[in-house]
Ligand binder design. Structure first.
Ligand code: SF4
Ligand code: SF4
Length: 277
């Protein structure tokens, strides 16, 4: 028996919404008895692509976080409904029974990830179920995974060491959304957006030229990262922890070294930094 999970690589997601549309194509107007009633065309986002904007102009980044049901091992939605209305299959998929859950609106608010939607017409709570009806017919992956053009979604058996998903997880660079919820999700992420520190360097005596190749060092406690300014004089450190003190040092032969202290309460654009001789 497989134990299904998904790894979502945020760095590969372009926000094309193909996964969302494939989900709509699979479930809108289609009833799958025992699995899910028909999904409404509007108001439901079983595969929700959440845009996340970071920074301020001119240093702005846009990421997309595809957010389906996290298929939690310790799923609060199961106790959120009447006995048997929401249950976890042996393969790890959490199902809202479209018959037994009828009329129980309280299930919607039981999910801390807010990925359960109320279907007024069918009088039932609904969410992603990894296309369980297809997997049970022999499909290897849900429709969203099949359709993703960038391979940002990886699906498979967490217990099969040869599966792509198990290999990804072994690398140790995955994390879950909101670990503080302690729900043990079967969906993990690579490259969730963190804080960044960026800036632009110019030489005081050559203001018309970009200060290329300036050594920039970032220090946080015993951790140290290094980079150099690019052809535009820009530098950037991404993937930084929130709420931490960092020291930024800029060095270039023949110019005075500059140091500044910053705290990543938010993304930081240091703006134009002028190096003088
Ligand atoms: S993400 Fe929400 S709906 Fe999905 S299993 Fe976890 S608690 Fe239940
Ligand atoms: S289909 Fe793939 S690339 Fe497109 S939004 Fe979904 S996860 Fe991102």
């Amino acid at each position: 028996m497989a134990r299904y999970g998904m790894v979502i690589d945020v760095e590969k997601c372009t926000g094309c919404y193909s996964c969302f549309l494939a989900c709509k194509d699979e479930f809108c107007g289609n009833n799958y008895p025992g699995y899910a009633a028909s999904q409404p065309a509007k108001g439901h986002y079983w595969m929700k692509v959440v845009p996340v904007e970071r920074g301020t102009t001119p240093k702005v980044k846009l990421d997309y976080i595809p957010t389906p049901c996290q298929q939690c091992e310790n799923a609060p939605c199961i106790s959120g409904g009447a006995p048997g209305a929401v249950y976890r299959r042996p393969d790890g998929i959490v199902i809202i029974d479209p018959e037994k859950a009828k009329g129980d609106k309280g299930i919607v608010s039981s999910c801390p990830y807010r990925v359960i939607y109320w279907n007024e017409e069918e009088n039932v709570a609904q969410k992603c179920n990894f296309c369980a009806h297809l997997l049970d017919k022999g499909w290897k992956e849900p429709r969203c995974v099949e359709t993703c053009p960038t391979d940002a979604l990886i699906f498979g058996d967490l217990d099969d060491p040869k599966s792509e998903i198990a290999k990804k997880l072994k690398k140790g660079n995955t994390e879950t959304l909101h670990p503080e919820f302690a729900t043990r999700p079967s969906v993990c992420y690579i490259g969730l957006p963190k804080k960044f520190i960026a800036g632009e360097v110019v030489f005081a005596d050559k203001k018309d030229e970009a200060a290329t190749g300036v050594k920039v060092t970032l220090v946080c406690g015993s951790k140290k990262m290094e980079t150099a300014t690019d052809h535009y004089g820009d530098f950037e450190f991404d993937g930084l922890d929130s709420n931490k003190e960092y020291k930024v040092r800029l060095e270039y032969a023949g110019y005075k070294t500059q140091e500044m202290q910053v705290k990543t309460l938010k993304d930081i654009n240091l703006g134009e930094i002028v190096l003088a001789r």
